[in-house]
Every structure is written in C-alpha cells, then in structure tokens.
Design a protein around this ligand. Structure first.
Ligand code: PEP
Ligand code: MG
Length: 324
C-alpha cells in the first residue's frame, strides 16, 4: 500500500486552493519509527507510552525508559515527537498494580487522574523524558485532561521535576513544549486560561467521540450508530478550533478518524491544520487532499448544514465523486 503512494511521499498535503495540512504519525514502539521516513510524516503527533509499561511484569526502570525515549528521538532525526504521558486505567491494568474494581473503567481512575493522585510514576516518567531528550527539544502531552486544574497540576509536576533535574546537575532538553489532549467534551467549555496556558492541544477523537455520544468506543453495536461527520460532533470540533484560534494555540487531531480520508478532509475544511494518524493512512489522506479545493469542501459542508442534514457524509461523498 505504501508503494502506491510513494510518488507523493515527499510532496506536501496541499489542496488545490493552496492550503496545506501537516500530516504526522501515531506511534508507540521503537519499531514504528522507521515509518517516519517511509510514510513521509512530518513528525510523531502522538507517541503512546503505555506499551513499555504493559508488556512487562514489573514497572520499567527510569533508566530503561530514558534510553528508549532517547532512541526514539535519535530515530526521529530532529522531527518533532509528542510524547504522551502514561494513559493506563482500569481497562489497561498493569499486572504489577493493584487492580481496582470499577463498574465503568473508561470513566474511571485512568490516565492523568492516576498520574496526579499517585505522582510517583508520573514523576519518574517525566524524569525519563527529560533525560532522554537531553540537549534536544522535548514535547510532552498529558492525556485525558478533563478540567483546567488537572492541566495546571500536571504542568506543576513537570516544572518541579525540571527544577529537581537542574539541582541534580542533569542536562535539560533544549526546549520544552507542554500540551494537553482534549478527549472529554468538558474541555470544549473550559475557561480561557486553559487555552492561554497550554502550549498546544491535541484532540483525542476516539475518546472525545465516545464521551460526546455516550457510546462505548469498544462496543460495535453502539459505536457505529454515530457518524463522526454528524453535525453535532462537527460543531464541537469547530468550537475547539475557534477557542484555540482565539488563544493562538496550535491544535491537532490524533484520533483514528484523522486517518480516514473523508473525515480528514472535513476536519481540514473546518479549520484543522495538523492531523496525526497511523503511518499507512498518510498516503491515502494526502492523495485525496491534493485533488480537492478546501474552500469548495467548506461550501459543501455549509450547504449540507443549512439544509438540515444530520451528517455531512453524503454531501462530501457526492463532492468527491464529482472530482475529475
Ligand atoms: C484518542 O482517544 O483519540 C487517542 C488518540 O487516545 P487513545 O486512542 O490512546 O485513547
Ligand atoms: Mg484517548
């Protein structure tokens, strides 16, 4: 499949109207990194750090993690890698942690909630990230931030960790960029200070969609009921685009939908300029982008909304079929 898109690998994801979108890849293993060059991705928009914690029967050591993060950055050869801190919870239970018995694990004690309540592991991981990046730029993002205070508290943990590293005499990263994932509808209604203080936002569309429609992302029966191109969901995304634009906060989208060409096109038409997806999706998404005019796509969406369509998918499919 990669070969089919090899001819456009080094070309920009630029639409006919001249607007370009920056395409990044999602990763979680050292073995994913060769895809960075192979796919033509501009960087790693989401590096999920859970796997190193899930594949062992004991907590990984700080030194092992920092060595891995360092190797990831070596392989990225200067391209940006957004490391997401640990997103484990009662559905992704670590074999060496006491299991919690929660009736609704997706809504439970997970991700940054665990990181803030039991900060030992979060601090260890932040230290490993700082050491792994030494002398190079570091990008960190916190998962599942559901209110401003959680971002502020996580940011404060990072600042404390940086101060401690400095006292210990460790070399620090050349620069540090701190972002948050927006994965709960609450953040689309967060106070302005959140958007002012966060250095970038990445929409975790998989979770955001499941919580918006109250439909379990793992449950095929209910998941398929709700179209990502449903106008209600697009209104939510547009709202986040607007809030970020107001605060000049860079915004990306890193859920699975970013890798679906029609969804990706729709997101770009409503204002997203950075998408992160599995490497194999970069070719198909870019290929469609290069054939369309985003202003036309935006007009198609506006017309469908004005007509009262509940999803813009049929209108977009018609538009794509009409392309030369
Ligand atoms: C998401 O929720 O969209 C996301 C990217 O995170 P994960 O799939 O790891 O929950
Ligand atoms: Mg998520």
């Amino acid at each position: 499949a990669q070969e089919q898109f090899a001819s456009i690998r080094d070309l920009p994801a630029q639409a006919l109207c001249g607007t370009s979108v920056s395409l990044h890849m999602n990763a979680g293993l050292m073995a994913d990194l060769p895809s960075l060059a192979g796919s033509g991705a501009e960087g790693v928009g989401l590096f999920r750090t859970e796997l190193q914690f899930l594949i062992r029967n004991q907590m990984p050591k700080r030194s092992e993690l920092s060595a891995l993060y360092s190797r990831v950055l070596d392989s990225a050869k200067g391209k940006r890698v957004a490391f997401r801190t640990l997103d484990i919870g009662s559905d992704k239970v670590l074999p060496y942690m006491k299991p919690t018995d929660e009736p609704n694990p997706a809504l439970g004690w997970r991700a940054i909630r665990v990181g803030l309540d039991k900060p030992g592991v979060l601090r260890m991981q932040l230290q490993a990230l700082l050491r792994g990046a030494k002398g190079r730029p570091l990008t960190v993002m916190f998962p599942f931030v559901a209110q401003y205070e959680e971002f502020a508290a996580a940011r404060a943990e990072l600042d404390k960790t940086i101060a401690r590293e400095r006292i210990l005499g460790h070399q620090l990263p050349a620069s540090i960029e701190v972002g948050a994932m927006v994965e709960t509808p609450s953040m689309a209604f967060a106070p302005k200070r959140f958007f002012d203080e966060v250095q970038f936002v990445s929409i975790g569309g998989n979770d955001l969609k499941q919580f918006f429609f109250a439909a379990d992302r793992e449950n095929e029966r209910v998941r398929r009921r709700y179209d990502t191109l449903n106008v209600s969901f697009l209104n939510l995304i547009e709202r986040i685009v607007g809030l970020c634009a107001e605060s000049k906060t860079p915004l990306s989208f890193c859920g699975e939908d970013a890798g679906r060409p029609i969804e990706a096109l729709c997101f770009a038409a409503i204002g997203l300029r950075t998408l992160s997806m599995r490497p194999a999706s970069i070719g198909p998404v870019k290929s469609l982008f290069r054939r369309v005019n985003l202003e036309e796509v935006a007009a198609v969406i506006r017309t469908a909304c004005a007509r009262g369509d509940s999803t813009v998918r049929p209108a977009l499919m018609d538009y794509i079929r009409s392309l030369p």
